[in-house]
Design a protein around this ligand. Structure first.
Ligand SMILES: Nc1ncnc2c1ncn2[C@@H]1O[C@H](COP(=O)(O)OP(=O)(O)OP(=O)(O)O)[C@@H](O)[C@H]1O
Ligand SMILES: [Mg+2]
Length: 324
């Protein structure tokens, strides 16, 4: 299958200003050299602890924030430096679903206007009538009723609001969607419904997804492949099945040890990571994970590990081949 989206050595460093002259005194290395490709129709899961740079990756690849370095390719086109007017047709094809369905929908707009807004922005659906028809169709697509278009966001539950956010993202018929923790703010009982909806929509509409989550358990089911991020870098990437059964990076091993296993006969050691995630302002030298890694060697402080192949379609950024 052909590649729809690719990032090469993507970097986003946020400047830190200080002093009375507000000079740049440092930078937050939120994303620091990330490379991956997503094939057409594929779901790539992106997981990692809070602050590992997942949202920054998602927003940078849509160019909602500008990268500090690296390249972004969409459908074969390098979009990294495209000026706004030339970016527009690509913008339509790439949409985002936000984490918090409570703050991402304008409370003063009706659901109909919220969903129709991207149509207006992109000059699709010329007449009010056409737009209303499209909104009704979208509401049905996400399991809501066309009557809901006259109501306001506060009249809906969290799960319903996230469906509205999904309908809005789908309005302009995108090919690619960044779903940034679309279920993290929802009750656990509702999470599976929304993940199932995304899975169905993906099949029905042939979407390609970057599905961001904290939790490995959430992405396992929907993802074809999973990339694990830590402190602005990808630590491991593999098919979902391979990553869960055969993790090769110590960070993935630790994350997985926190995921409950349904089979009570299988025992997995719970690995508690010591300390907090270090600051991306001043990340550890060498391997950024080494300060919390139980397999770290002295040389891990000196060598920045490259992502290297350890199996079919399986890559890890770790110099130790004698573990896991
Ligand atoms: N606009 C900004 N200015 C400065 N620093 C930022 C900005 N946005 C994000 N950061 C920092 O970049 C790092 C990565 O943040 P990001 O939101 O991408 O992480 P995340 O993996 O999405 O975390 P979470 O799971 O909490 O959503 C964090 O240290 C964050 O504080
Ligand atoms: Mg985030």
């Amino acid at each position: 299958m052909s590649v729809l989206l690719e990032v090469k050595d993507l970097k986003k460093h946020f400047p830190i200003r200080g002093g009375i002259l507000s000079r740049v005194v440092g930078s937050v290395k939120a994303v620091d050299g990330v490379s991956f490709a997503i094939r057409k129709g594929e779901v790539l899961g992106l997981v990692g602890e809070s602050g590992s740079g997942k949202t920054t990756v998602g927003r940078t690849l849509l160019r909602l924030i500008e990268p500090t370095g690296g390249r972004i390719f969409f459908d074969g086109q390098d979009i990294t430096d495209l000026p706004k007017d030339k970016l527009r047709p690509y913008r339509r094809r790439m949409q985002i679903i936000f984490q918090d369905p409570f703050s991402s929908l304008n409370p003063r707009m009706t659901v109909g206007d919220i969903i129709a807004e991207p149509l207006v922005i992109h000059g699709l659906g010329k007449t009010q009538e056409e737009r209303t028809e499209r909104v009704a169709e979208l509401l049905k697509l996400v399991g809501l009723s066309p009557d809901h278009m006259r109501r306001y966001p506060h009249e809906f539950s969290g799960g319903q609001r996230q469906r509205i956010g999904i309908a809005r993202a789908l309005a302009v018929a995108p090919d690619f969607i960044v779903a940034d923790e679309p279920v993290s703010a929802l009750d656990v009982s509702i999470q599976a419904q929304v993940v199932n909806l995304l899975q169905d929509l993906k099949e029905e509409l042939g979407l390609t997804l970057l599905f961001i989550a904290h939790d490995l358990a959430v992405v396992e089911y929907i993802s074809d492949r999973v990339a694990v991020m830590y402190l602005g870098k990808v630590m491991e990437i593999a098919s979902a099945r391979e990553l869960y059964r055969n993790p090769k990076h110590p960070y993935t091993e630790a994350l997985l040890s926190a995921v409950p296993i349904p089979d009570p006969t299988v025992k997995r050691e719970r690995i508690v990571l010591q300390g907090d995630i270090p600051s991306p302002i001043n990340p550890p030298s060498g391997c950024v994970f080494r300060t919390r890694c139980r397999y770290a060697l002295p040389e891990c402080a000196h060598t920045v590990p490259e992502l290297k192949q350890v199996g079919p379609g399986h890559y890890k950024a770790c110099i130790r081949d004698d573990i896991l």
